[in-house]
Ligand binder design. Structure first.
Ligand SMILES: Cc1ncc(COP(=O)(O)O)c(C=O)c1O
Length: 427
């Protein structure tokens, strides 16, 4: 019997054009699909590891900076890039199929719908962006605030989350007020009390990380958004570290806006992010990057998604990453990340020379752990990990040691070996 590849060759079709002809929205069959393990398989996670091309002689512990693409994601993206290079002449330039070649003009509704399903919101409330920094900048820049209006935030925000508000402060005279959060953070109750105490009658925006980049602490955002809502304060959360890492349910959190990316914990190609704004609030936000839909409010998410020619291959890779995540099962992913994080923290806690900077309350922690050992800087510890074991956590500077991210492609053996490395370094 003739196989699929030979048949396509005979028909003169690439796999991409075959998929397009047979229904563009159908997830593409990939060679790795056959190897995808059943949930009941006792070797499930080792087999999931085989879905990643990540070199097996190196151990990656830095999804907090950038994630790892599984094979189907990489293949989908490359396949489309190749198609663009070889067959762009097929494009008859009709508005309805423009997105098969470039992004930036179409509404990307199939992808926005998958993102909305993941986050429990409406596709119209989602706009695709390149990253978190863009999404936050679109919102900060597009909001109308008056001189003296206050933006309340914490002292532990990432530059990509906070800087657009400082720009607004310098340009328009709004005031950015920061609350100091202890590191390590003790508890959700502690963070809640500190932030609520800092609200003032002038506070118009509350902007904070859902999970703090420099400690992995999950903040009590639902409770804080409820307090802000009582005072008529616009709430915006920075979800750079949460998407694909912990469950994010936007209806439950009930924030006004949320920005995030897929290139850290979701395993999508770099340059993939989103912004969510509740439909009625999105109407009030001016466009920053203006194309022909800049003032068209029929589909608010599309207004921000239309931002000039972009890389559609990367967005197909994102779609494949969402499919991969769903195929494993979102809860399975979140539970596995947390399980590995817990195992690491429990093992390190046995060593009295390890100092933690992650939150003390375990419920505030998931896949990120921050720690140092006596006599080490972050760089020294990072380098020692590499020299001793080809392991790559990320330095957090002189004081805070390393940020150690665990993900589904990591094994329990790798976690146990990391604990052993730290034990050997701290004798
Ligand atoms: C909390 C937080 N916000 C924003 C960013 C910036 O994200 P991006 O590079 O996707 O704009 C990061 C990146 O590490 C982050 O951790």
């Amino acid at each position: 019997m003739i196989d699929r590849r030979s048949l396509l060759k005979l028909l003169g079709l690439s796999t991409f054009s075959f998929a397009t002809l047979s229904g563009a929205s159908r997830p593409m069959e990939s060679e790795t699909d056959n190897d995808f393990p059943l949930e009941s398989d006792p070797d499930f996670w080792n087999k999931i590891r085989n879905q990643f091309m990540l070199s097996k002689d190196k151990v990656f512990f830095n999804c907090g900076t950038v994630g790892v693409m599984p094979k189907p994601v990489f293949e989908k993206m490359m396949e489309h890039s190749r198609y663009l290079a070889t067959d762009v002449a097929d494009w008859a330039y009709k508005d309805d199929n423009k997105e098969q070649f470039i992004s930036g003009y179409n509404n990307l509704l199939p992808i926005r719908s998958k993102v909305a399903a993941l986050l429990n919101c409406q596709p119209g409330e989602i706009a695709m962006t390149d990253n978190v920094t863009n999404g936050m900048s679109y919102i900060a820049n597009g909001m109308t605030l008056r001189t003296g209006d206050e933006i309340l935030t914490t002292d532990q925000e990432h530059g990509g989350g906070k800087s657009s508000w400082y720009l607004k402060e310098k340009r328009f005279g709004v005031v950015v007020k920061t609350v100091t959060i202890p590191k390590p953070t003790q508890s959700s109750a502690q963070v809640f009390a500190l932030i609520v105490k800092a609200f003032s009658p002038n506070t118009k925006v509350l902007m904070l990380s859902h999970m703090i980049s420099g400690s992995g602490a999950i903040l009590p955002v639902k409770e804080l958004c409820a307090e802000a809502k009582k005072r008529g304060i616009f709430t915006i959360l920075d979800g750079a570290q949460t998407i694909g890492h912990i469950r994010v349910d936007l209806k439950d959190i009930d924030c006004d806006a949320y920005v995030g990316c897929f290139h850290k914990w979701m395993g999508a190609p770099t340059g993939t992010g989103f912004m969510f704004v509740k439909t009625n609030k999105m109407k009030e936000i001016w466009s920053t990057v203006a194309s022909s839909r800049w003032d068209n409010h029929d589909d608010e998410g599309f207004r921000f998604t239309q931002r000039g020619t972009g890389n559609f291959s990367v967005l197909l890779g994102l779609e494949a990453a969402l499919d991969f995540h769903n195929k494993i099962g979102a809860d399975n992913v979140y539970n596995r990340i947390k399980f590995l994080g817990d195992r690491l923290r429990a093992g390190l806690r046995e060593n009295k020379k390890v100092k933690f900077f992650s939150a003390t309350e375990e419920a505030m922690c998931a896949g990120i752990t921050l720690y140092n050992i006596d006599g080490f800087t972050g760089t020294k510890l990072q380098n020692a990990y590499w020299e001793k074991a080809n392991m790559r956590p990320r330095s957090q500077g002189d004081q805070f040691g390393v940020r150690h991210s665990t993900h589904i492609f990591n094994s329990t053996l790798e976690i146990d070996k990391a604990i052993k490395v730290v034990n050997e370094l701290s004798v």
